[in-house]
Ligand binder design. Structure first.
Ligand code: ZN
Length: 524
C-alpha cells in the first residue's frame, strides 16, 4: 500500500529527456514507483491525465531566508511549483552573528529579514529556528560573505588584517560544518564591496574539499561587467572551486548586445578547467535596494550611517555630483537605468512614491532627481526596494537559452509592489520563453529548473523523477501554464499549475495552497 498515486500523467523527468506516460506512486515522502501502476493499492489516487509531472522546481537564487518567519504563509513561490530554495544569496545571510556587530548587520539587511529573531550565532541556530516555524518549501542555505565580514571586522572600508581573515575563514568552516551549501558574495553591497579579490580567494579555498560552490553577485553588471566576471572565474580557478554567476545580465546601454561575450567568458572559464555556470531570472528589469544605488563612500558603516550622512546638504550635493559624473571603480547603476528607469518598489509608506520612477517623483516635487532620491531614502528610512529598467530583451533571450544557464528568481520581498519575478519566474520560463517564443524545448526548460541546479548545489536526492528520490513534484498543463504577474500588477499567481507536492505532501492542490508546511531544512 502506497500513500498516493498520480495516475495518467506524462513525466518530464528533469534530465532533459522527452516526456513519457507513467503513473507515479508516493510513499513515506519519496517516489516509490514509476510506470503502469494499475495493480498497486494506494490510500489516494489522483487523476492527472492530460497533465505533465516534473520534479519540483529548485530556485537557486532565492532570498526567502526570512519568509517562513512571516505571520502569514508566503505562497508566491510554491504556487509556481518551486519546492526547494537555495537561500543566502548575494552575500546576505543573517548568520553567523557576532553580538558586537549583529545590530548593524540586522539594520543593513533591513526589511528583507526584519521578521527574524536573530537569537543565534551560528547557522545551526538559524536552522533550528527555521525548523520550528516550518518552511513551506525545502531550504538549502548558502552562507553570505557580507555576514562573515561584518562578524569579523564590521563595516570598515579596508582589507582585513591577518587575524580578521583567519576569523572569517574559521566562521566559514564552522558554517560549512553546520551544513551550508556554499559561499555567496554580493560585491555591490556593504560590507562585501570593500573586499578585494585575494580576500575572496582565501575564503573560497575553505570550500575546496567540500565540493560546494562559490556563488557570486559580481562586483558589477554595467561598465565593469567583464572584469567582474573574470574576477569570479579567477576566484574559482585559484581556489579550485565551482563558480556560479548569479542573475546574469548585460546591464546598461553600453552593454547592449554583449550577452554573447558573457557566454563566451563562461565557456572560456570552463575550457580552462573552472566549473562555471550561471543563473538568470526571465525579465529585462532588475531589482534591489534603493540604498545600494548610493556611492560607496556614502555607504561606509552600512545603511544607518548613510542616512545620517544624507541629512547634510553638502553630502547630498556630493551624491548628486557622483551620480552624474561617476567615480572610478564604482558601479553606478543609476547611470545604467537613468532616472526614468529607477522605479520605487516595495517598503514605501508614502503611496505617492510607490511604483513611480525617480524622474516622475522629482517632477512632482519640483526638485532634481538626485535630491528626490535622497529625500525618498531619508523619509522612508532607507527601506525601499527598487526595480531598475536596465537590460535588453534580446540579451535576456540569448542568456536564458544557453545550456550553462539555469533559472533562479532572485526573489525575496513578495508584497508592496515587488518585482514581478517574485510571482512569475517559473511559469514565465515554461509558458513565455519555452512554449510561446520557442527559445528552448520544454524538457530543457524543466532541466534548467531541476536536475541542473540540483547537481550544481549538491541536492542529490532531488531534481529528478526517479524512484527513491524525495517526492517533490509539480503537476502542470503545458498548454496553459502562464505567468500573470506584471510590473504594474505584480502580486498575481500563475495559471496552469494545479498541484505541487513537497516531500510527498500536497502543498498546492487544484491551484490552491493547502496550508501544509512540508518543507525541510536541508544540510549539505
Ligand atoms: Zn544579487
Amino acid at each position: 500500500m502506497v500513500d498516493l498515486i498520480l495516475r495518467g500523467g506524462r513525466i518530464l523527468d528533469g534530465a532533459g529527456n522527452s516526456d513519457f506516460p507513467a503513473d507515479i506512486a508516493v510513499a513515506n515522502g519519496r517516489i516509490a514507483a514509476l510506470g503502469a501502476l494499475d495493480g498497486t493499492e494506494a490510500r489516494e489516487t489522483v487523476d492527472v491525465s492530460g497533465l505533465t509531472i516534473a520534479p519540483g522546481f529548485i530556485d537557486v537564487h532565492s532570498h526567502a531566508d526570512a519568509l517562513p518567519f512571516a505571520d502569514e504563509p508566503v505562497t508566491a513561490k510554491l504556487l509556481q511549483g518551486v519546492t526547494t530554495e537555495v537561500t543566502g544569496n548575494c552575500g546576505q545571510t543573517p548568520f553567523p552573528l557576532n553580538p558586537a556587530t549583529a545590530d548593524r548587520l540586522r539594520q543593513t539587511l533591513g526589511p528583507y529579514f526584519s521578521g527574524l529573531p536573530y537569537d543565534w550565532t551560528r547557522l545551526k541556530g538559524y536552522m533550528d529556528r527555521l525548523e520550528e516555524v516550518g518552511p513551506l518549501s525545502n531550504h538549502a542555505p548558502l552562507v553570505g560573505h557580507n555576514a562573515l565580514r561584518a562578524a569579523a571586522m564590521g563595516y570598515d572600508n579596508r582589507p582585513p588584517t591577518a587575524d580578521e581573515l583567519k576569523t572569517m575563514q574559521r566562521l566559514l568552516a564552522e558554517t560549512l560544518e553546520d551544513g551550508a551549501f556554499g559561499l555567496s558574495t554580493g560585491l555591490i553591497y556593504t560590507p562585501g564591496l570593500f573586499s578585494k579579490t585575494d580576500e575572496l580567494i582565501a575564503l573560497a579555498q575553505v570550500l575546496r574539499d567540500s565540493g560546494r560552490p562559490y556563488a557570486s553577485h559580481p562586483r558589477g553588471e554595467t561598465h565593469n561587467l567583464f572584469n567582474s566576471l573574470a574576477e569570479a572565474i579567477r576566484i574559482g580557478d585559484q581556489a579550485g572551486v565551482s563558480v556560479q554567476i548569479s542573475h546574469l545580465k548585460a546591464a546598461g546601454q553600453a552593454n547592449f548586445g554583449r550577452s554573447d561575450e558573457i557566454l563566451a567568458a563562461i565557456e572560456a572559464g570552463r575550457d580552462s578547467g573552472v566549473e562555471v555556470t550561471g543563473d538568470i531570472y526571465p525579465y529585462d528589469v532588475a531589482g534591489g535596494r534603493l540604498a545600494s544605488l548610493l556611492p560607496p563612500w556614502c555607504l561606509e558603516g552600512g545603511t544607518p550611517a548613510a542616512l545620517e550622512r544624507l541629512k547634510a546638504p553638502s553630502a547630498r550635493a556630493q551624491v548628486a555630483q557622483d551620480i552624474a559624473a561617476g567615480l572610478p571603480g564604482w558601479v553606478n547603476n543609476i547611470e545604467a537605468a537613468t532616472w526614468d528607469g529607477v522605479i520605487v518598489s516595495s517598503f514605501v509608506e508614502n503611496a505617492a512614491y510607490r511604483g513611480k520612477s525617480m524622474q516622475s517623483i522629482a517632477e512632482a516635487l519640483a526638485i532634481e532627481p538626485a535630491e528626490a532620491f535622497c529625500r525618498v531614502l531619508l523619509e522612508e528610512d532607507g527601506r525601499p526596494t527598487t526595480v531598475l529598467k536596465m537590460m535588453y530583451e534580446q540579451d535576456v533571450r540569448k542568456l536564458i537559452s544557453h545550456p550553462l544557464v539555469m533559472i533562479g528568481s532572485d526573489a525575496g520581498i513578495t508584497r508592496g509592489r515587488p518585482h514581478p519575478r517574485v510571482w512569475g519566474t517559473y511559469p514565465r520560463v515554461l509558458g513565455h520563453y519555452s512554449r510561446d517564443l520557442g527559445l528552448f524545448s520544454l524538457p530543457e526548460a524543466v532541466r534548467k529548473m531541476t536536475s541542473f541546479p540540483a547537481q550544481k548545489f549538491g541536492l542529490f536526492e532531488r531534481g529528478l523523477v526517479r524512484p527513491g528520490l524525495w517526492a517533490d513534484l509539480v503537476v502542470f498543463d503545458p498548454r496553459t501554464v502562464r505567468d500573470m504577474a506584471t510590473l504594474d500588477d505584480p502580486e498575481q499567481a500563475p495559471i496552469g499549475i494545479p498541484h505541487v507536492l513537497v516531500n510527498g505532501t500536497f502543498a498546492v492542490r487544484d491551484g490552491c495552497y493547502t496550508g501544509a508546511r512540508a518543507g525541510k531544512v536541508l544540510r549539505a
